[in-house]
Design a protein around this ligand. Structure first.
Ligand code: NAP
Ligand code: 12T
Length: 338
């Protein structure tokens, strides 16, 4: 089997760390693994297959001989370094929002639009969608194929790990401060997140929505390859460490009963139906954390429209929402295209 030289860019971050673990768990065919981060991380190491690998500083000449680059160093760094990596012959799979909506960059969730990976040659870049969008589209796709979705109304309950390691630390420190009767400090979020709920993820736009909300609207259409699906979103930060939850309301063109939806979703790749309310069984962030699947439950009729459903969708935002989806794309690239 062919083996590849792989670089993880942003390796010391919440997503990068999980990428390294996922490459090991899924036995990705690696010849050499290169770990890249900022100069701040020089001297650090990460363990891969029992070996301590040093973290190198990301520089313009970092990509010589690298076949695949898994990027999550933030939008500004990806904007600068993804084209540099491509110029030295590397295929980039980028987790930031830098390239997602560019028409000549495929935006891929393998369970939904794996075929779009074939378009990677135009720019040498494949974009990994936003975490909240990924877990929603793996559930929407089989339902859309069966009964055509007209409109989606989603409200998210998003974990702090989505913002990175500094935000995980901020929630921990705030909980400790409150417990010890000390002053609560906030640096990452504009308000205290511990024991609070913030209707604010990423920055605000002219239209009153946040960037995170508009990512859900625009990325869903691109991944599902259907501009007619109407989407509206309210994205909310909650004091949870790992796992995004979503209340999803779907209106269909044709009839779609809860029973039929459960049947379709039981067969859907990457989806697990957890839907037995009588036994208090429904998807929970604490159960989804560390898992690969997207969990769906509370599937019930929206009685206010002819053909509608409500459901609750949960996944590990760092795994399926980021690292796992990226490694799945890399697997298809390695097996079919490189
Ligand atoms: P994080 O925990 O803050 O980690 C950031 C990583 O980027 C660290 O490894 C950091 O290295 C590195 N980095 C920062 N500035 C750099 C520079 N100038 N040069 C080289 N490396 C640099 O953040 P995260 O949660 O892992 O997220 C990182 C990015 O991934 C975010 O910008 C976001 O766009 C994307 N992301 C996407 C999703 C998704 O929805 N698919 C989810 C989460 C995150 P040091 O440790 O040396 O500072
Ligand atoms: N601000 O990759 O804060 O577009 O949870 C993902 C998660 C941006 C992204 C977050 C963010 C992205 C967050």
């Amino acid at each position: 089997m062919k083996k590849f030289n792989v670089a993880v860019v942003g390796a010391t971050g919440a997503v990068g760390n999980e990428m390294v673990a996922t490459l090991e768990q899924r036995k990705f065919p690696i010849k050499k693994l290169t770990l890249l981060a900022s100069a701040r991380s020089l001297g650090k190491t990460l363990t891969f297959k029992g070996e301590e690998i040093p973290v190198d500083e990301l520089k313009e000449d970092s990509f010589k001989g690298i076949d695949i680059g898994l990027f999550s160093p933030g939008g500004a760094v990806s904007t600068k370094f993804a084209p540099i990596a491509v110029a030295s012959g590397c295929v980039v799979i980028d987790n930031t929002s830098a390239f997602r909506m560019e028409p000549d960059v495929p935006l891929v969730v393998p369970e939904v639009n794996e075929h779009a990976i074939s378009q990677y040659k135009k720019r040498g870049i494949i974009a990994n969608p936003n975490c909240s969008t990924i877990q929603m589209v793996v559930v929407l796709k089989p339902l859309h194929d069966a009964a055509k979705i007209k409109r989606v109304v989603v409200s998210s309950y998003q974990a702090v790990s989505g913002t990175g390691k500094k935000a995980i630390y901020e929630l921990e420190q705030q909980v400790l401060a409150i417990y010890n009767n000390k002053k609560v400090e906030n640096k990452v979020y504009p308000w205290q997140i511990a024991f609070n709920v913030l209707p604010h993820i990423d920055s605000f736009l002219e239209n009153g929505y946040t960037k995170e909300e508009m990512k859900m609207v625009n990325e869903t259409k691109k991944i599902m390859e259907d501009d007619n699906i109407k989407v509206t979103a309210t994205t909310v930060r909650v004091p949870v460490f790992y796992g995004h939850s979503e209340a999803v309301n779907i209106e269909f063109e044709k009839d779609m009963s809860p029973e039929k939806a459960r049947k379709l979703l039981r067969k859907a790749p990457g989806v697990k139906v957890v839907d037995d309310p009588a036994k208090n069984k429904y998807p929970l962030a604490i159960h989804a954390a560390g898992k690969d699947d997207t969990f769906v439950g509370r599937i019930r009729k929206d009685e206010s429209v002819p053909f509608g459903l409500n459901m609750w969708v949960v996944a590990d935002n760092i795994r399926k929402g980021a690292a796992l989806n990226t490694v799945q794309i890399a697997e298809v690239l390695a097996q079919k295209y490189l």
